[in-house]
Design a protein around this ligand. Structure first.
Ligand SMILES: *Cc1c(COP(=O)(O)O)cnc(C)c1O
Length: 400
């Protein structure tokens, strides 16, 4: 018997311990509570369950396989490394799991438009894909600076038929895109829905996005049991907002022998100020409608953060991760930009798998720790996405 009861999390107010909640004005709380009620009602229905299940299988291509990285494990000479291949999903990453869930929920709720912001464009592409499939209008706000940097994703979003809104105010980057998207949402929150891109924001989003992503761990648990009649010893995933990690961890929370490791961006080094190690160096505070660990400046503003992986540079983190850290149920460690680059190249050349720079943080942890562990130990690393989007950047950096 586990001493925890995680299935009851979050509570009715959206708290995981002291983290989460709805730190937003009362009018918005009412709108969020409507979404929560609709979600709780709809997700129990056989129609919704069946539709999601069919799309996970036939559209995303689930279950994603688990691959034994034999050559990498042998080269390191320690624990056996296994990879959960979310990079093989349609659109190339785990984000499609919750974007499909959010788009379906929007359709069932009769919403007329799905709104979101995007930074590097990964969330935008996954959401535009899901909305095209479900047949619901989608509006993505993106900073002009990012639009110029992220050409392939911008083109994909346009092809997929979403309304791409360039944001030119402020620094014309992610933060301004969030403000712009949120203003649009507030024009008609009854008919619009704001699709949050990770396990962050006000309740019920950390819960809903977790539920949609928990398919990753549910599959992995079954796959391990049927193949080895045992669970993995370590689960390792990168943490930005934290949705691929919580998706992997959820089915294993009460299996106390399974160690849960989240890997944050150590950037150029924790002592340089150029990192995004929210759990490692942040403090409990509030951000984007939730209580969580936050990297803040001395005057209480969110810190500018840095990572080689643009999907991980966020000064907050999902509330459930904060709770798991305080309980000691999960450990949060870091990998630097350099370790991440090395891991990117190593996995590419030893296994023929080009991981996303985000996922490379988790690979870096495995490369660092596997040699210290026995060959009977099994490490399962979540490859949250594929590295095609990062290939040009890395090739330029390394002069290939
Ligand atoms: C967006 C992204 C992440 C970070 O998001 P989480 O919510 O922390 O999972 C990680 N990996 C890939 C490939 C991404 O696109």
């Amino acid at each position: 018997m586990s001493k925890y009861n995680f299935s009851a999390m979050p509570d009715a107010q959206g708290y995981f311990g002291e983290y989460g909640g709805q730190i937003i004005p009362p009018e918005l709380q009412a709108v969020m509570n409507d979404i929560d009620r609709a979600y709780e009602e709809i997700r129990q229905t056989p129609e919704f369950q069946q539709e999601l299940k069919t799309l996970f299988a036939d559209y995303i291509g689930r279950p994603s396989p688990i691959f034994h990285a034999r050559r990498l494990s042998n080269k390191l000479g320690g624990a056996q490394i296994f990879l959960k291949r979310e990079d093989l999903n349609h659109t190339g990453a785990h984000k499609i799991n919750h974007c499909l869930g959010e788009a379906l929920l929007a359709k069932y709720m009769g919403k007329t438009k799905v709104i979101a912001e995007t930074g590097a464009g990964q969330h935008g592409v996954a959401l535009a894909t899901a909305c095209a499939l479900v047949g619901i209008p989608c509006e993505i706000h993106m900073g002009q600076v990012d639009i110029e940097k992220e050409h392939p994703n911008v083109v994909k979003m346009k092809i997929l038929g979403c309304d791409l809104i360039p944001v030119t105010r402020g620094t014309a980057t992610l933060k301004d895109a969030v403000d712009s998207a949120f203003e649009e949402y507030l024009k008609d929150p009854q008919n619009f829905i704001y699709a949050i891109g990770s396990v962050v924001g006000p309740h019920p989003f950390p819960k809903m996005v977790r539920d949609f992503q928990s398919i990753i761990g549910a599959e992995a648990r079954e796959q391990f049991l049927s193949r080895f009649n045992a669970l993995p010893d370590y689960l390792v995933a990168c943490v930005g907002g934290g949705c691929n990690a919580i998706g992997l961890f959820t089915a294993f929370l009460e299996d106390e022998a399974v160690q849960l490791i989240g890997v944050e961006p150590g950037g150029k080094g924790l002592d340089t100020g150029l990192h995004s190690a929210t759990m490692t160096l942040g403090k409990p505070s509030s951000l984007h409608g939730m209580k969580c660990y936050v990297l803040e400046t001395e005057d209480g503003e969110p810190m500018p953060v840095h990572s080689i992986a643009s999907g991980l540079d966020y000064p907050g983190v999902g509330p459930q991760h904060c709770y798991l850290k305080d309980l000691g149920r999960a450990q949060y460690e870091t990998a630097t930009d350099q370790e991440c680059l090395d891991a990117f190249m190593t996995l590419s050349r030893v296994e023929g798998i080009i991981p996303a720079l985000e996922s490379s943080h988790a690979v870096a942890w495995a490369i660092r720790n596997a040699p210290k562990l026995s060959p009977e130990t099994r490490i399962l690393v979540n490859i949250s996405g594929r590295g095609d989007k990062d290939a040009d950047y890395v090739a330029n950096l390394l002069g290939l």
